[in-house]
Design a protein around this ligand. Structure first.
Ligand code: PMT
Length: 406
């Protein structure tokens, strides 16, 4: 379940593009994430994908014929649009975009769009020439000016065999935009949250690095959930193989020193900083310019120097500037979990530390963490997904931000 999607009523409008088959993936993912999805289709869309497929995935009737449905307003487009939390038109053809811009209402999708007052998200899919045509450009701009959120099509292989911009955006990207749109006005609206994620890599030579097992899942979950609660998010990612999420500022910082610069440069107007990254404490004293050769020796001695402790730098900066900000740190420990985490909470002057045992935390989808507040209670959490744990941490931040900062 995804909190911002749970029990939300999403109307998915499907129009007659070859990408209509991808609507099945969207309907399925949104439903699995907890949303109630009603599908409305144009007749052309129903030639690419059967209503039965979408009904089977959403467990709800699919609307294809605007005239037939007028007779039954309970399940007709009028009722659908009025009860919706969001209308997502995906894929949206050039033709449907033109109809929406003009305010036409002669099929189930355009009629629903004209009647609803719910936020509108459009994911266009068409040949490059149609996407670039002045008429489509004007229509898209018109819709955007009216408040529609447009998920720009990707560049890539098109149905015609050509390559260019026009491919339906990746489903995860569309769902990101839906989540961000639904989250506008959430309990972190108007707040800026900086999140670090993933591991760092300290180079030994042009081919070797000192790294760790952090996948970035925890930090990315925090950034996505903060965005879904309305926050303006800056995600500073170290090493990770995860997809770049939409709806936030995204920066990469693979080495500890780069991450320090990125954090100190981003927090000047932040309301909260969450350091979920596993930052290397040491780096090779020098990164060799050429690959280190094995040679004839059996051992290699590497001299390491200490990296800056970013959270300690943040503490010093806060003391200097008196910038009011909530700071959350993580501690991944192999022993004395609580004592070590408490020591870090004090030394780095954190508001909250998330203590998690190694090796369970690195790379996994679940965490069994202990949340330790400064001067407050200690909560041992049950096993939670990283999204669920992220919501707990953001709930703490949202609550703290409602009370004046010292
Ligand atoms: O990425 P995943 O696979 O999802 O795994 C998540 C995680 C286990 C990496 C994450 O939840 C976590 O625990 N991150 C902190 C890892 C750690 O060992 O931190 P630490 O004990 O070295 O540091 C304590 C805190 O100081 C952390 O908030 C860290 O970001 C910060 N730090 C550490 C070193 C350094 N030079 N500067 C820092 O600011």
């Amino acid at each position: 379940m995804i909190r911002v999607l749970k029990d939300k009523h999403i109307v998915l409008g499907v129009t007659g593009s070859i990408a209509a088959f991808k609507a099945a993936g969207l309907a399925s993912q949104l439903t699995q994430a907890g949303a109630n999805v009603d599908v409305v289709m144009t007749r052309e869309a129903a030639q690419f994908i059967t209503p039965l497929t979408l009904e089977s995935l959403t467990h709800r009737p699919v609307v294809t014929d605007v005239m037939a449905l007028l007779a039954n307003s309970e399940i007709g487009h009028v009722a659908l649009g009025r009860g919706a939390d969001l209308l997502l038109v995906a894929p949206a053809t050039a033709h449907t975009i033109a109809k929406l811009a003009l305010g036409l209402a002669d099929d189930a999708v355009s009629a629903t769009a004209l009647d609803t007052r719910a936020p509108l998200v459009i994911a266009p899919a068409m040949e490059t020439g149609m996407w670039e045509h002045a008429a489509t450009r004007e229509n898209v701009q018109k819709l955007a000016a009216r408040g529609a959120v447009v998920v720009e099509p990707d560049v890539g292989h098109l149905a015609s065999g050509a390559s260019g911009q026009g491919r339906l955006a990746e489903l995860d990207d569309i769902i990101d935009v839906v989540r961000a749109t639904l989250g506008r006005g959430g309990d972190l609206a108007g707040r800026k949250i900086v999140v670090t994620a993933g591991g760092t890599q300290e180079p030994m030579d042009p081919v070797r690095v000192i790294a760790n097992h952090s996948s970035g899942k925890m930090g990315f979950a925090l950034a996505e959930c903060a965005r879904d609660r309305g926050a303006r998010v800056t995600l500073i990612a170290g090493t990770t193989a995860l997809r770049t999420p939409r709806g936030m500022e995204f920066m990469t910082a693979k080495q500890a020193c780069e991450m320090q610069d990125a954090v100190l440069g981003s927090i000047t107007d932040a309301d909260a900083l969450i350091m979920a990254a596993a930052v290397a404490d040491f780096r090779p004293a020098r990164a060799e310019e050429q690959k280190i050769k094995k040679g004839d020796t059996d051992t290699l001695t590497l001299q390491l120097v200490k990296n800056p402790d970013i959270l300690r730098q943040v503490k010093a900066w806060r003391e200097q500037t008196h910038h009011a900000m909530i700071v959350v740190g993580f501690a991944a420990e192999t022993q004395d979990l609580v004592a070590n985490a408490q020591a870090k909470l004090q030394a780095k002057q954190l508001d909250l530390i998330v203590a998690n045992p190694v090796p369970q935390s690195f790379g996994s989808d679940k965490e069994q963490a202990i949340l330790i507040e400064r001067g407050g209670p200690m909560r041992e959490m049950p096993p939670l997904t990283k999204e669920e744990l992220a919501e707990e941490i953001l709930g703490f931040i949202a609550k703290r931000l409602q009370t004046p900062l010292l």
